[in-house]
Write a protein that binds this ligand. Structure first.
Ligand code: URA
Ligand code: SF4
Length: 211
């Protein structure tokens, strides 16, 4: 359904609910605020990564999340399950979020690239260009209070080059006019455990910025 039409249907359902039609609740909750976007991503063939994926990974989390996390790309576990950060890096991420007082369920998590690059290689610029409109629409729907950029690939959304995370982490930048704080990627933290406390500090900074 076109977004415009869908919004109209939602308006009418809300009005009926207001008038006392309780059954309307179910219909309202089954309409995704993302509209057709989830299906579009699942069926996307805009770049060659679609040929080697098992599942495109849209993202997960509440639509009204105040914090949005942007990672790099699905890995093997994410490709198999169709969900972001469900493998080893995901467990590391969960731990660091909870150390910063953040519940994993309160953030929206997605990636720069929605399909797994073979062998977990870095996404290529052309893939990022093709995939970026999906991320842009996700940000537009969620309208987060703060974005956390996990690692160099996510940082490159702002800087245009996939490097510099060591220098830039913890600084508040902007992505699509939203405050965006880069920090190390959880996979980097697994390889460099000392950097974990820095990531927790950066997460806490994100929390303070929206308090
Ligand atoms: N690494 C990422 O960048 N994203 C995931 O979803 C999983 C691992
Ligand atoms: Fe489409 Fe993005 Fe997957 Fe490429 S990576 S096929 S652009 S969803």
């Amino acid at each position: 359904m076109e977004n415009y039409q869908q919004n109209k249907v939602v308006e009418v359902l809300k009005l009926l609910k207001y008038m006392g039609l309780e059954e309307v609740d179910n219909s309202l909750s089954s309409i995704s605020p993302f509209g057709d976007l989830i299906d579009e991503v699942k069926n996307c063939k805009k770049c060659d990564l679609h040929k080697v994926r098992t599942n495109a990974v849209f993202g997960k989390g509440p639509i009204n999340a105040k914090i949005m996390l942007i990672g790099e790309a699905p890995g093997r576990d994410e490709d198999l399950k169709g969900l972001p950060f469900v493998g080893k890096a995901g467990r590391e991420l969960d731990n660091m979020l909870s150390s910063a007082g953040i519940e994993i369920d309160e953030v929206f998590i997605t990636n720069v690239i929605k399909c797994r690059p073979p062998g977990n290689r870095n996404p290529e610029p052309y893939e990022m260009v093709k995939c970026n409109p999906y991320l842009v629409r996700q940000v537009e729907v969620i309208r987060p209070k703060v974005i956390v950029l996990l690692g160099n690939i996510a940082l490159s959304l702002v800087t245009g080059t996939a490097s510099g995370i060591t220098k830039m982490r913890g600084k508040t930048m902007e992505y699509m006019s939203y405050p965006a704080i880069p920090t190390f990627h959880p996979a980097y933290v697994i390889r460099n455990p000392d950097s974990g406390k820095t990531v927790i500090e950066d997460f806490k900074k994100a929390v303070r910025s929206i308090a």
